[in-house]
Ligand binder design. Structure first.
Ligand SMILES: Nc1ncnc2c1ncn2[C@@H]1O[C@H](COP(=O)(O)OP(=O)(O)OP(=O)(O)O)[C@@H](O)[C@H]1O
Length: 631
C-alpha cells in the first residue's frame, strides 16, 4: 500500500510550529515524554493481556529500549507495549484532544509575538506537549507501531510541518518505536548530543528512574544492555528520607502530564487489615479543563506495585479531582473493575481517609506556608468548595481550610476563624454577600449599613458560593446570613429607642409603601423601609426563605426550574428622593410623575446590585422624561 499524506488538525499544526521554533529551554524533557508514553503503553498491554486471554501476546519481557546511532544521528525509543492501530495513530498523534488546546495555542502565540519567552515557557510548562516535544530536538520523527492482536503495523513520519505520512508496514514488531532524526547539537540552545550514552543515562536517571519497567540502553556489546538504566523502585514504597524532592516531582510529571513541579507532596501509609500506600500530589496550577464534564481524575491505582487503573474515580471525591498520584493497595485483585471499586467498603474508607489527609494538608499549609496555601486556594478553592455540598463528613474541615474575600481587607482573604475573631461585640452572625464579581458586590447598596457600622461581610463571588451558603447553616456555632436577604437586624443593636424610631418612620411612610406595593405588585412582593441603606435611595432584597435570582438562574442552567420568587424593594427613608416621593405622593397622589418616579426607583435598585430593569428601554424613556422636567 502506498503512503498517504494527511494534514494535522489545525490546533495540532499550530502547536507543532510553536514547538519547532521552541522557546522551551529544557529540551531534555523530550525523552521523559517518550519514555512516559512507552511506560503507559506497557501498563496498558499488561492489563489488556490480563483481561483478555485470547489476545495471545507475550508479556514475559515487557521493557523499553533506547538505541542511539551517533553516525546517523538518530535516537530510537522502543517499547513492546500495546501499540496503536492505523486509526489510533491518526486520532492520537495527528490531533490533540485536550479541550483547552485552542485557547492555549492562542495564548502561546501571543506570548511569542510579544517576545515574552518566560511567559511562553510557562505556558508550555502548564500545558505539556507530550509526543510533540520530539520536534524540539528532531528535524524528522518516524513512528512505527503495531497494535497488540493486529497483523499489520503503521509507519508515521513527519517533519512537523503541516502534514504527516502514513504507510502500512507488513512486518512490524508489536509495540511502538519512535526514531528521532536529531538536529545538530547546539549547546547555546541547550540542545545536547542525545546520541551520547552518558547523556541518555543522565536524562533517564533524572526523569524516569521510578518507571516500573526496565529501560535498557542498547550498546555495542549485548551483555551491557541487560542492566536497566533505571532503578524501577516504586517511590511510594520507599521511606521519605530515601527519596529526593526531584524524584517525587518527576513521578508527578509522569502521572499528571504536567511539566511543572507539584505544589505539595502528600504521603500516607496505612497498615492493618487493609494495607495501602498513597503518594499524592497537589498541582501548582489548575488544568484548563478542571470544570469540564468528563475531566479525568489523576489518581492511579496499583496493586502490589503493578499498575491497574488510571484516573480511578473511586479513590478521590469529585471535589478533590485535581489531586494526582498513586495509591497502591495490597489486597485487591489485579482484575478489579471500576464498579467493584465503587462498592467496596474498604475502598470507601480509603477514599474518606485520603480526602481527610488532603484537607489536613491544606490546613497545615495555611499555617506553615501561607504563600503555598494562597496559590493552592487561588487555583483550587473553587472546586474544593464543591465539597461543602457533597461531603458532609468533611464539611467542617473544608470550612476550616477555606479562604474568602471580605470587606475587612481588599487584598488578603480571610479564614472563617479569623472572621469570628474579629466579630464585633454582640454580633452573632457571619455575614456574607454573594454576587458575580468582587467589583459588583463591593459597590452593592446592601453593604452600606455594614460599612457604616464597621461590620465585616464576606464577599462570595464563585458560582458555587450561591449553592453552598444555602446548605451550610453555621460555622463555629455562628449562623451564616446573607446581607441581601430578609429583614436586616444588625446584631446587638435593636434597642428600645431605635425600635420606636422605626415604628414612627413606618407610620410616616405607610401610605407610600402600601401604594407602591400595589403599583409594583407584578414584580415585587412588598415595598418596605430599609435598615440597610445609608447612602442609596433603594435596594432589592430576597425574602428569607426564597432563592436568590442568581440561584434561580443556576438551577435553570442545570435544567431545573425553581418557582420564581418575587423580591422585596426596600427604601431608605433618609434619602431626599424617597422623602420627596413620600411628600409628593401625599400631596398629589394621582400625579403621573409620582408613579414614574416610583418605577424609576425600583429600576435604580436593580441596577445598583448589578441587575437590570425588565424593560431597559422603558426605564430610559422614563428617566429622560423626568430629567427633562427638571430642566
Ligand atoms: N509509545 C506509545 N505506545 C502506544 N500509544 C502511544 C505511545 N505514544 C503515544 N501514544 C498514544 O498517543 C497519545 C498522545 O500522546 P502524547 O504524548 O502526545 O500525549 P499524552 O501522553 O496523552 O498527554 P500529554 O500531551 O499531556 O503528555 C497517548 O495518550 C497514547 O494514547
Amino acid at each position: 500500500m502506498s503512503a498517504e499524506t494527511l494534514e494535522f488538525q489545525v490546533e495540532a499544526r499550530q502547536l507543532l510550529q510553536l514547538v519547532i521554533h521552541s522557546i522551551y529551554s529544557n529540551k531534555d524533557v523530550f525523552l521523559r515524554e517518550l519514555v512516559s508514553n512507552a511506560s503507559d503503553a506497557l501498563d496498558k498491554l499488561r492489563l489488556a493481556a490480563l483481561r483478555d486471554d485470547a489476545l495471545g501476546v507475550d508479556t514475559s519481557d515487557l521493557h523499553i529500549e533506547l538505541a542511539a546511532d551517533p553516525e546517523a544521528r538518530t535516537l530510537t525509543v522502543r517499547d513492546n507495549g500495546i501499540g496503536m492501530s492505523h486509526d489510533e495513530v491518526i486520532q492520537l498523534i495527528g490531533t490533540i484532544a485536550n479541550s483547552g488546546t485552542a485557547k492555549f495555542v492562542q495564548e502561546l502565540k501571543e506570548a511569542k509575538d510579544a517576545k515574552d519567552s518566560s511567559a511562553a515557557e510557562n505556558l508550555i510548562g502548564q500545558f505539556g506537549v507530550g509526543f510533540y516535544s520530539s520536534f524540539m530536538v528532531a528535524d524528522e520523527v518516524e513512528l512505527v507501531t503495531r497494535k497488540a492482536g493486529e497483523e499489520h503495523g503503521t509507519r508515521w513520519t513527519s517533519s512537523g510541518a503541516g502534514t504527516y505520512s502514513l504507510e502500512r508496514v507488513e512486518e512490524a514488531p508489536q509495540g511502538t518505536s519512535v526514531t528521532l532524526k536529531l538536529r545538530p547539537a547546539d549547546s547555546d540552545d541547550q540542545l545536547h548530543d542525545y546520541t551520547a550514552a552518558w547523556k541518555i543515562r543522565e536524562i533517564v536517571k533524572k526523569y524516569s528512574d521510578f518507571i516500573t519497567w526496565p529501560i535498557r540502553l542498547q550498546q555495542e556489546t549485548p551483555e551491557a544492555s541487560a542492566e536497566p538504566v533505571n532503578s524501577m523502585k516504586a517511590l511510594w514504597a520507599r521511606s521519605r528520607d530515601e527519596v529526593s524532592d526531584e524524584e517525587y516531582h518527576e513521578l508527578y510529571k509522569h502521572i499528571s502530564h504536567d511539566w511543572l513541579d507539584p505544589l505539595e507532596v502528600v504521603r500516607l501509609q496505612a497498615e492493618g487489615t487493609f494495607e495501602y500506600q498513597a503518594l499524592l500530589f497537589i498541582p501548582s496550577h489548575a488544568p484548563h479543563d478542571l470544570y469540564t464534564q468528563g475531566y479525568q481524575r489523576g489518581v492511579q491505582l496499583y496493586v502490589k506495585r503493578v499498575f491497574v487503573m488510571d484516573d480511578c474515580e473511586a479513590l478521590m471525591p469529585p471535589y478533590l479531582r485535581f489531586v494526582k498520584g498513586v495509591v497502591d493497595a495490597a489486597d485487591l485483585s489485579l482484575n478489579v473493575s471500576r464498579e467493584i471499586l465503587q462498592q467496596d467498603r474498604q475502598i470507601q474508607l480509603m477514599r474518606r481517609r485520603l480526602a481527610k489527609k488532603i484537607l489536613a494538608t491544606v490546613k497545615d499549609l495555611r499555617a506553615g506556608d501561607p504563600e503555598k496555601y494562597a496559590t493552592l486556594w487561588r487555583e483550587f478553592g473553587r472546586v474544593i468548595k464543591e465539597g461543602l455540598l457533597s461531603d458532609f463528613d468533611n464539611r467542617d474541615a473544608i470550612l476550616t481550610a477555606a479562604s474568602f474575600a471580605s470587606t475587612h481587607d481588599a487584598e488578603q482573604p480571610t479564614s472563617l476563624a479569623q472572621y469570628v475573631e474579629r466579630m464585633k461585640e454582640g454580633q452573632q452572625h457571619i455575614y456574607y454577600l454573594t454576587g458575580e464579581s468582587r467589583q459588583s458586590v463591593e459597590h452593592s447598596p446592601h453593604l452600606e449599613a455594614f460599612r457604616a457600622k464597621g461590620v465585616e461581610v464576606l464577599l462570595l463571588t464563585d458560582p458555587v458560593d450561591e449553592l453552598w451558603v444555602e446548605a451550610v447553616p453555621e460555622f463555629d456555632g455562628k449562623q451564616l446570613r446573607s446581607v441581601a436577604k430578609g429583614e436586616l437586624e444588625l446584631d446587638g443593636e435593636t434597642d428600645q429607642e431605635q425600635q420606636e424610631d422605626r415604628e414612627q418612620r413606618k407610620q410616616e411612610f405607610a401610605a407610600l409603601l402600601g401604594w407602591m406595593t400595589e403599583q409594583l405588585g407584578a414584580e415585587v412582593k412588598e415595598v418596605r423601609l430599609s435598615a440597610r441603606l445609608t447612602v442609596s435611595p433603594a435596594c432589592v432584597v430576597t425574602d428569607t426563605n426564597d432563592a436568590s435570582p442568581a440561584l434561580e438562574a443556576m438551577y435553570r442552567a442545570m435544567g431545573q426550574e425553581l418557582p420564581h420568587a418575587k423580591r422585596i424593594l426596600e427604601l431608605n427613608p433618609e434619602h431626599p428622593l424617597v422623602a420627596g416621593l413620600n411628600r409628593a405622593h401625599s400631596d398629589r397622589p394621582d400625579d403621573a410623575a409620582v408613579t414614574e418616579t416610583a418605577e424609576l426607583l425600583y429600576g435604580m435598585a436593580l441596577l445598583a446590585e448589578g441587575g437590570q430593569p425588565a424593560e431597559p428601554g422603558r426605564f430610559l424613556t422614563l428617566m429622560a422624561n423626568r430629567l427633562t422636567h427638571n430642566l
